[in-house]
Design a protein around this ligand. Structure first.
Ligand SMILES: *Cc1c(COP(=O)(O)O)cnc(C)c1O
Length: 476
């Protein structure tokens, strides 16, 4: 493909994408295919001779689309949203074209510097404490990770390294292995599976803290676990708080937990993967109160802030904590500029070496929506969730299973888990909308998450009518 053809095909692709987005609600939100559907549709081997562009394009509708779950359909209410906007898609095209690998400042200064400034912009939108803002001379600052899972793991490993240093400076006779074998980390029993997984990958003991009737971890519960573990000779070193849990969007009480972590010298990491985007609205910012106690904070603009996957923003108060844990400096990666407020080598802040130019997406989205546009978007989704909650509450057969704070509604038929499982099976088998369940206090619960950018009241109303009709069938 030469530049002339690229120009033509590029414009055609943009048209295809715009058509896809504009007509997405006519597509069935969840595919009908069975496992293994794709292999027979394409050859067993890659082609020896080049094919034509037309050959490839006509296979999009034949091979790919029948097996796509349309996450951006306004009938998609499963999981949590994943972001999608035209400005982000355009920026990603440019990122693909520049195609740099920004592991150090020198490897592509714009890639590093735009990222630092975008993390400052976003940190200021969230009114993060000043220590998290890099500025030109700050000790803290932000970094883009691919996912919240990586942020949780990076924080855990940095916490481990900091605790080992601290203990060995107090008790020089202890070996690193002896300290590590006694470390214990904590998270809510409602934390995302990636938190437990960070413990597995990091080889760290991880203890789940029981939650209260609102599915939130309280300060007292963490304090009790720490006391027990210290009495048993363990060394508590890390607590991962969740703001906006995946099952029910519950909020750990970080104003209580933060002082406990600080007093006990635990690293407090905050995982606000979904809810974090809402903190740009003054009315939701109180949910983040207590962040001043945290060592690191993370959320996913790629969930709810219109920046397409992958874009997970992480801030630390002390960049030296992270760099201290991961720094490696072979000669081929060295350059003349020392790490400072102005020069960041982001490879020390993450697990891989290579990194894409992801901050372009943030820059485009923030400028083309403006803070006001982003706030309006968040508010619209919350409003739709409240509308759905109202519909559920008006139907005496149903109950709401957790406080509706943002864009997620947890609900169920009053009655057995079996009847709710049957209802969910019917909903997903009908393929008109898509939902996933969760378990709350032993109960099978349906989750209705407002996801697509283009969801409107009429979609929510239709979804509810459909659910109510299927419920009548199930209850008969
Ligand atoms: C979605 C979610 C995650 C996982 O996010 P990834 O970026 O896919 O790793 C982690 N924690 C919470 C609370 C989530 O909702």
């Amino acid at each position: 493909m030469d530049a002339a053809e690229f120009r033509r095909r590029g414009k055609e692709m943009v048209d295809y994408i715009a058509d896809y987005m504009e007509t997405i609600e006519r597509r069935q939100v969840y595919p009908d295919v069975q496992p293994g559907y794709l292999r027979p549709l394409i050859p067993e081997e890659a082609p020896e001779a080049p094919e034509t562009y037309e050959d490839v394009v006509k296979d999009i509708e034949r091979v790919i689309m029948p097996g796509v779950t349309h996450w951006h359909s306004p009938y998609f209410y499963a999981y949590f949203p994943t972001a999608n906007s035209y400005p982000a898609m355009l920026a990603d095209m440019l990122s693909g074209a520049i195609g740099c690998i920004g592991f150090s400042w020198a490897a592509s200064p714009a890639c590093t510097e735009l990222e630092t400034v975008m993390l400052d912009w976003l940190g200021k939108m969230l009114k993060l404490p000043q220590e998290f803002i890099a500025g030109t001379s700050g000790k803290g600052g932000g970094v883009l990770q691919g996912t919240a899972s990586e942020a949780t793991l990076v924080a855990l490993l940095a916490a481990r390294s900091r605790k080992v240093k601290q203990i060995r400076s107090e008790e020089p006779d202890l070996s690193e292995a002896q300290v590590i074998s006694r470390l214990v980390a904590y998270a809510s029993d409602q934390a995302h599976s990636s938190v437990e997984r960070a413990g597995l990958i990091g080889g760290m003991r991880m203890r789940k803290i029981p939650t209260d009737e609102k599915f939130a971890v309280r300060g007292e519960a963490l304090r009790r676990a720490i006391e027990e573990d210290k009495a048993a000779g363990l060394i508590p070193f890390y607590f991962c708080a969740t703001l906006g849990t995946t099952p029910s969007c519950a909020f750990d009480r970080i104003t209580e937990l933060g002082p406990v972590c600080n007093a006990e010298k635990l690293w407090m990491h905050i995982d606000a993967a979904y809810a974090g985007s809402s903190f740009i609205c003054p009315e939701f910012r109180p949910l983040l109160d207590g962040v001043e106690f945290a060592d690191s904070f993370n959320f996913n603009p790629h969930k709810w802030l219109l920046v397409n996957f992958d874009c997970s923003t992480m801030w630390v108060k002390k960049r030296s904590d992270i760099i201290g844990a991961f720094k490696m400096d072979p000669l081929y990666l060295k350059h003349d500029h020392q790490e400072s407020g102005l020069v960041t080598d982001y490879r020390h802040w993450q697990i891989p070496l290579g990194r894409r130019f992801r901050s372009l997406k943030m820059w485009f989205v923030f400028r083309l929506y403006g803070v006001r546009g982003l706030q309006a978007y968040i508010r619209q989704h919350v409003k739709l969730a409240k509308e759905f909650e109202g519909l559920v509450r008006k139907d005496g057969r149903f109950e709401i299973s957790a406080d509706v704070v943002l864009g997620l509604v947890c609900f169920r038929l009053k009655g057995s888990n079996d009847v709710n499982e049957t209802l969910l099976k019917r909903i997903n088998a009908a393929r008109r909308i898509h939902l996933v369940p969760c378990q709350l206090a032993g109960r099978f619960v349906l989750r209705f998450a407002v996801c697509a950018r283009t969801t409107e009241s009429r979609h929510v109303q239709q979804a509810w009518q459909h659910i109510a009709e299927l419920a009548s069938e199930v209850l008969q």
